[in-house]
Design a protein around this ligand. Structure first.
Ligand code: PHE
Length: 470
C-alpha cells in the first residue's frame, strides 16, 4: 500500500460535499438542454433506452475508475496520470490523457458558456413577461431573433465566463456546496411542476410514448451504431462529466474514507432522473403545440416558454426555472475549468486567480466560434443521419462528446483495469475482493472498453469496410 497523499488544493468538508459537488458538475445543460434535443433528433425511445444502457454498463464503471484515479493521484489530471504511471512503472506519456481532457474541457466550456448565455437571456425575457400567452410561432421567432444577433450572444457569453472565472478563482469549495445543496432540490421540484403542466396538455401520452417506447420502424432507415449508439454513448459521457478529468479532479479532493461506489451510484441516479424528467416535461409540449421533436439545440428554449406562457404563475415559475438552470450550468462550468486551473497552479506556480483568468480568456476566445456558428458562420452538414445546421458549434460538440470523451474514458478504463495493479484498485475502491469489486472490474476491463471500441469501429464504418456487416 502506498502512502496516502493529500491534495494541495484542499479537500471536501464531508462525504455529502463531494456528492453535491459532483452532482453539480453532472447535472447541467447536458440534462435539460442537450438530452431532450438529442433524444428528439435520434428517434426518441430507442435513443433513451440505449442511453440508459450506456450509463449503467459504461458510464458508472468508468466514473468509478476516474474517481479512483483522481483520489489516488490527488493532483491535476495531468500530474495525477503522470505520477500514477510512474508509480505503476508505466510510460509517462499517460499524462497526455490529462492533456486531452484539458483540451476537451476548453472546447466544451467554450460552447457551454454560449448556451448558458441563452439561459441568462431567457431569465430576463421570461421575467419581463415576454411569453405570456405565447404560441409556438412566437416562441420560435423569439429564439431565432436571439441567436441571429452575435452581439447579444457575445454579451451573455462574456457574462457567463466571468461568472465562472469568479467562482473558480475563489477555490472550489467556498459557496459551491451550499449552492448545490439548495438549488439542486429546487430545480428538481420545478421540473416536477413542469411535468405537472405537461400532464395537463392534450398530448401528454404521446410525449411519454415517444420518449419511452422505442419505435423500431422509425429505425429502419438508420444505422443503429452510428446514428443511435454513438450519440447515446457520447451523451452518457457528457452528462456524467466523465472522460475529461472533471470528475477525476473532484475525486482528488475526496476523503479516503468515502465510498466511491456509493458516491457514483448516487450521482448517476440524480443525473439520470433530471434528464428523464426534463424529457417528460418537454415532449408533451412538443406534440401538443405541433413542434418538431428534431428541433435541434433550440428545443427547450422554444418549448418551455410556451408552457410558461400558458400555466398559472408561469412568469414566476419560468423565471425561477431559468435561474436554476443557470446555476446548474454554473456548477458544471466550474468542473470544466478546474483541471486546467489546477495544472497551472501546480506547474506554473501561478495564483489561482491568475490561472483561472488565463483559462477563462482562452475559453472566452474559443467561444466566439460558437457565437458566430448560429449566424454569420452557420453552415449545414449531416451527422448520424441528422442534418446539423450550426456548423462549427455542432462540430465542437460532436468532436468532444462523441470522440474525445469516449476516448478519454476508454483510456481511463484501460489504465485502471488493465495496467494498474489489482491491489492498487482493491485498496482504493475499498470493496475488498468482493463480488461487487469483481463486477466493477469485469465492467471496466471488458464491457466498457469493448462497448466503446465496437461503437467507434461501427460508427466509422470499419466493420463495413472489412465486410463484417452485410
Ligand atoms: N455534465 C455536464 C452537463 O451535463 C457537462 C460537463 C461535461 C461537465 C463534461 C464537465 C465535464 O451539463
Amino acid at each position: 500500500m502506498t502512502a496516502k497523499r493529500t491534495s494541495i488544493h484542499g479537500q471536501w468538508s464531508s462525504r455529502w460535499a463531494f456528492i453535491l459537488a459532483a452532482t453539480g458538475s453532472a447535472v447541467g445543460l447536458g440534462n435539460i438542454w442537450r438530452f431532450p434535443y438529442l433524444a428528439g433528433e435520434n428517434g426518441g425511445g430507442a435513443f433513451v433506452l440505449v442511453y440508459l444502457v450506456c450509463v449503467v454498463l459504461v458510464g458508472i464503471p468508468i466514473m468509478m475508475a476516474e474517481i479512483l484515479l483522481g483520489r489516488r493521484g490527488r493532483q491535476s489530471p495531468i500530474n495525477t496520470m503522470d505520477s500514477l504511471a510512474a508509480e505503476e512503472g508505466l510510460s509517462r506519456h499517460w499524462h497526455l490523457l490529462g492533456w486531452m481532457g484539458v483540451v476537451a474541457g476548453f472546447i466544451i466550456l467554450s460552447y457551454y458558456s454560449v448556451i448558458a448565455g441563452w439561459t441568462l437571456a431567457y431569465i430576463f425575457r421570461t421575467g419581463a413577461g415576454a411569453f405570456v400567452d405565447a404560441d409556438a410561432a412566437f416562441s420560435k421567432q423569439m429564439f431565432t431573433e436571439l441567436i441571429s444577433d452575435p452581439e447579444r450572444l457575445l454579451a451573455w457569453h462574456t457574462i457567463f465566463i466571468v461568472m465562472s472565472v469568479v467562482i473558480v478563482s475563489r477555490g472550489v469549495k467556498s459557496g459551491l456546496e451550499r449552492a448545490v445543496k439548495f438549488l439542486m432540490p429546487a430545480l428538481l421540484i420545478l421540473l416536477l411542476v413542469m411535468v405537472g403542466y405537461a400532464m395537463s396538455t392534450e398530448r401528454f401520452m404521446d410525449g411519454i410514448t415517444y420518449l419511452f417506447v422505442p419505435d423500431f420502424e422509425q429505425l429502419a432507415d438508420k444505422n443503429f451504431f452510428a446514428d443511435i449508439l454513438l450519440p447515446a454513448l457520447g451523451q452518457a459521457f457528457f452528462s456524467l462529466s466523465i472522460g475529461m478529468g472533471a470528475i477525476m479532479i473532484y475525486g482528488s479532493y475526496l476523503s479516503q474514507k468515502s465510498s466511491i461506489t456509493f458516491n457514483c451510484f448516487s450521482i448517476a441516479i440524480a443525473d439520470t432522473s433530471v434528464a428523464l424528467l426534463a424529457g417528460v416535461a418537454i415532449f408533451p409540449i412538443v406534440f401538443t403545440y405541433g413542434l418538431e421533436p428534431a428541433g435541434g439545440p433550440g428545443l427547450i428554449f422554444i418549448t418551455l416558454p410556451i408552457a410558461f406562457g400558458q400555466m398559472p404563475f408561469g412568469t414566476f415559475f419560468g423565471t425561477l426555472f431559468f435561474i436554476l438552470l443557470l446555476f446548474a450550468a454554473w456548477t458544471s462550468s466550474i468542473s470544466l475549468l478546474e483541471p486546467a486551473v489546477t495544472w497551472l497552479v501546480e506547474n506554473r506556480n501561478m495564483s489561482r486567480v491568475k490561472a483561472t483568468t488565463i483559462a477563462g480568456v482562452i475559453a472566452w476566445l474559443l467561444g466566439l466560434v460558437t457565437v458566430l456558428s448560429f449566424n454569420h458562420w452557420a453552415f449545414s452538414f449531416s451527422f448520424a443521419g441528422v442534418i446539423k445546421e450550426n456548423g462549427l458549434f455542432d462540430i465542437f460538440d460532436i468532436l468532444t462528446s462523441n470522440i474525445l470523451l469516449p476516448i478519454g474514458g476508454l483510456l481511463v478504463a484501460i489504465f485502471a483495469a488493465w495496467l494498474m495493479s489489482r491491489s492498487s484498485t482493491v485498496d482504493e475502491l475499498g470493496l475488498g475482493d468482493s463480488t461487487a469489486y469483481q463486477a466493477w472490474r469485469f465492467a471496466v476491463r471488458y464491457v466498457a472498453p469493448f462497448g466503446v471500441i465496437v461503437i467507434f469501429l461501427n460508427a466509422i464504418g470499419v466493420f463495413k469496410l472489412l465486410g463484417f456487416v452485410e
